[in-house]
Design a protein around this ligand. Structure first.
Ligand code: NAP
Ligand code: MG
Length: 489
């Protein structure tokens, strides 16, 4: 095992000058209503809930809580818009609206990025460079397909479902909304969407953008609320298709709820991805990929590379490089452009992560956290490694959804394939090696929807994304993402 590990002392003179993003250009109201039938309407219960900034614990705004009556109103508005307007428009005309939404998102990109970081805690560098541009790209990409569905599926007659009920999580609030709304509209469906309770603001901003784009009333309806609001959407009789991204637990509830109803579903659920480093890999790049794989978005990523497998012969070297690199990570203010790891999305999620940190220690694993400072107020978790742990340990098996990496070793290819596939999930995986043949062998044997080779967390609207096993079914992105919103004769 390891000789004494040398840790670079980044604490001497490593402090970076603050580089805060300005917030003076964003406009937020104190209170937001529901966006139904092209109008902002008050919730029938009169109830509102707070959305807070997880980095400061301060309230940002109040948001309406939709109940069964509001959902009924929203689904009726979507059905009316489908019957009377959207289903009658040509693909070319639908495409124009979707392009317009994409362009306005680009124009308002800075505002969207800042609001995303304030509401959810993610570093501004990520919301600015990844979430918002990718979200706009999804609209651009699907706008292009709207008038080409007959080429997408040659010799097949395709029809939209009608009203799509869509439910999104808090980790990529705007991006998940884009993954859902863009293909639904391109295929001719109308939408009722509920964003997650802790991060509703960019979905509300998207409703404003739909308004600005002149989208016909009722084509997109944004209803905020808690899990019970989501359940009302799933169970409404006039919702023809359910698209859900979230936890495996809620995915199972939804599948049970729609069984026998004839409703179609796409479920994008949890994951516990294997990131595998072979001894012949370019180790510096691999370590960078591991850091990105688990610490991107505080580890609140369904496809996070949360299980690392290191070939035994390079274990000591990789561990030293990993620890050195972690010393240089900046944890703190999401609005500072130097920040690598922002705030944990909510107190509830921080409690969940802390519960797993405790379990890991109790299970006897070794733990490593860098010496970084974290702010006093807000919800924070230092980036964490667990190593010398068992395949059966909870830390290895369960999705933590935080900046916590479980590290194991392996000797042979067959051993690592068996270990990597030993999980109820199957969303993604990463392979680091110099050998192309090894990559092909691995990618064909990993039971995962996406396998990255010598890179990690790369997304493109043209590329389908989705899971095996308890990670769900159906694909979002690419042609596959279109077929999820179409009936085939
Ligand atoms: P979650 O609790 O399942 O919530 C997801 C969404 O469903 C939220 O909008 C939530 O509302 C709503 N919801 C809760 N209970 C519901 C019910 N009974 N019926 C209908 N809707 C309901 O998941 P989360 O904790 O927000 O998100 C984290 C999970 O999502 C992780 O497991 C992660 O792996 C997964 N995820 C998967 C992907 C993917 O593409 N595969 C992407 C991102 C995240 P509230 O916000 O009010 O609770
Ligand atoms: Mg919030």
């Amino acid at each position: 095992m390891a000789k004494k590990e040398k840790i670079i002392d980044f604490n001497s003179g490593w402090d970076l000058a603050p580089a805060p993003e300005s917030t003076s250009h964003i406009r937020l109201k104190k209170k937001y209503d529901l966006y139904i039938g092209g109008k902002w309407v008050k919730p029938s219960s009169g109830k509102y809930f707070d959305t807070i900034n997880p980095a400061t614990e301060e309230k940002i705004a109040e948001v309406a809580e939709a109940d069964a009556k509001d959902i009924d109103k929203a689904v009726k508005a979507a059905k009316k818009a489908y019957d009377e307007v959207w289903s009658k428009l040509s693909g070319k005309e639908r495409g124009k609206y979707i392009y317009r939404i994409a362009r306005i998102m680009q124009e308002r990109a800075r505002e969207l990025a800042v609001i995303e970081s304030i509401d959810g805690g993610k570093p501004i560098r990520e919301s600015r460079d990844i979430d918002v541009p990718l979200a706009a790209n999804h609209f651009f990409y699907y706008a292009g397909w709207a008038d080409k569905l007959e080429y997408a599926f040659p010799n097949r007659k395709v029809k939209p479902y009608g009203v799509a009920g869509q439910i999104t999580p808090w980790n990529f609030p705007l991006l998940m909304v884009a993954w859902k709304i863009a293909p639904a509209l391109a295929c001719g469906n109308t939408v009722v969407l509920k964003p997650a309770e802790t991060t509703p603001l960019t979905a509300i901003k998207l409703a404003e953008i739909c308004e600005q784009a002149g989208l016909p009333a009722g084509v997109v309806n944004i209803v905020t609320g808690a899990g019970s609001t989501g359940a009302e959407i799933v169970n409404h009789k006039n919702v023809d298709k359910v698209a859900f991204t979230g936890s495996t637990g809620v995915g199972k509830i939804i599948q049970r709820a729609i069984a026998g109803t004839g409703k179609k579903a796409t479920l994008e659920l949890g994951g516990k991805a294997a990131n595998i480093i072979f001894e012949d890999a370019p180790l510096d790049q691999a370590v960078e990929g591991v850091i990105n794989g688990i610490f991107f978005n505080q580890g609140h990523v369904c496809c996070a590379g949360s299980r690392l497998f290191i070939q035994e012969s390079v274990y000591d070297k990789v561990m030293r490089k990993l620890k050195d690199r972690m010393e240089s990570l900046v944890v703190g203010d999401p609005l500072d452009k130097n920040t690598d790891i922002g705030a944990i999305n909510s107190k509830e999620q921080l409690n969940t992560i802390n519960k797993y940190l405790k379990i890991g220690k109790e299970e006897g694993a070794d733990i490593y956290q860098p010496s970084c400072n974290i702010p006093k107020k807000g919800y924070w978790c230092k980036p964490t490694l667990f190593y010398n742990l068992a395949q059966s340990s909870k830390i290895t098996q369960e999705e933590i959804f935080g900046p916590v990496l479980a590290i194991q070793t392996f000797r042979t290819v067959s051993e690592v394939i068996a270990k990597a596939n030993n999980t109820p999930y199957g969303l993604s995986a990463g392979v680091w090696t110099d050998k192309g043949s090894k990559i092909f062998n691995m990618t064909s044997q990993m039971r995962a929807g996406v396998v990255w080779a010598n890179t990690y967390n790369k997304f493109d609207p043209a590329s389908p994304f989705g899971g095996y096993k308890e990670s769900g079914f159906g694909r979002e992105g690419g042609l596959h993402g279109l077929s999820a919103y179409l009936k085939f004769d």
